[in-house]
Ligand binder design. Structure first.
Ligand code: 13P
Length: 278
């Protein structure tokens, strides 16, 4: 099936489930995530982030995601994650990406509105969807300050002015956590879901405890971004495997590593409630 945009995955503001956004870095990750989606009959988002573009190249990543999506019957969206440069957005759209996230969270409110509005226009002109961010989800720091969290009135204004299809909000999660110990401000999430008319997105899910991820879905999160946790799974699998089976074939090692990543993605899909929604 041809890949589709986020609005065509079947999830919306009123759904009682969230779609998983899984960052992929090469074909192994892409195949592992799509295999999980097939097993669970779940829609899925293959996300291409800036570090992975540096590692693999934008065109090879987008084209391999598109080819692998075309081989499957479950709905797959290919999404650009955390773009801060309009030129990268332009190139990704020209290469056929289905959805783009512009991260203007470090800019002033006015600049974030102006650039995100431009990205929404560029995306919609190509039939793609656009995600923006309001509030700050930091990288690698232990705590999110109250000022970093999303202010509901700012978020309403931002969503109205920019026309984003999906909105990322800050509720207490932090990007890049290798273990899950963080809880989310569920009361703030309930307020945001009540007041904002577009589906809400949670970034930094690897660090969030399962109970809070489940509650976040009940309280209005409709897209959940997972990156670091899958890297941790592959690395820890390979660390053991290379010691236990030093003479094994590398392709067998990678194939089994993909199996471990696939199992981790399956358990997230079940937690997010996206199984059997394809
Ligand atoms: P983690 O790496 O913390 O899972 O965050 C992923 C993310 O938010 C990608 O946009």
């Amino acid at each position: 099936m041809n890949p589709c945009n986020l609005n065509q995955l079947g999830v919306d503001r009123e759904s009682r489930w969230a779609v998983g956004h899984f960052n992929i870095h090469n074909q192994e990750f892409t195949r592992a995530v799509v295999r999980a989606a097939e097993q669970e009959r779940s829609p899925v988002i293959l996300a291409v982030g800036m570090m992975s573009i540096k590692y693999m190249g934008l065109a090879p990543l987008i084209s391999s995601c598109r080819l692998i999506a075309q081989e499957t019957e479950v709905p797959v969206a290919v999404h650009l994650d955390h773009a801060r440069d309009l030129e990268v957005v332009r190139r990704a759209l020209d290469l056929g990406i289905n959805s783009v996230m512009f991260d203007g969270s470090s800019l002033s409110f006015e600049e974030n509105v102006a650039k995100t509005t431009e990205v929404v226009r560029m995306a919609h002109d190509c039939g793609a969807t656009a995600e923006g961010e309001i509030g700050i989800v930091p990288h690698g720091t232990a705590r999110v300050s109250t000022e970093d969290m999303t202010d509901p009135s700012r978020a309403v204004e931002f969503a109205g002015k920019t026309g984003v299809d999906f909105l990322a909000v800050s509720l207490g999660s932090v990007h890049g956590m290798k273990t899950a110990g963080t809880s989310l401000n569920q009361d703030l999430l309930k307020k945001l879901h009540e007041q904002i008319q577009v589906p809400l997105v949670l970034h930094g899910a690897s660090g969030v405890v399962d109970d809070h991820l489940k509650a976040a879905v009940a309280n209005g999160i409709r897209k959940i971004n997972v990156n670091t946790g899958l890297k941790v799974v592959l690395k820890s699998f390979l660390r053991t495997r290379l010691v236990d089976e030093p003479d094994s074939d590398l392709l067998a090692d990678l194939d089994q590593g993909m199996g471990a990543v696939c199992t981790a993605v399956v358990s997230k899909m079940r937690l997010f409630g996206s199984s059997n929604k394809a």
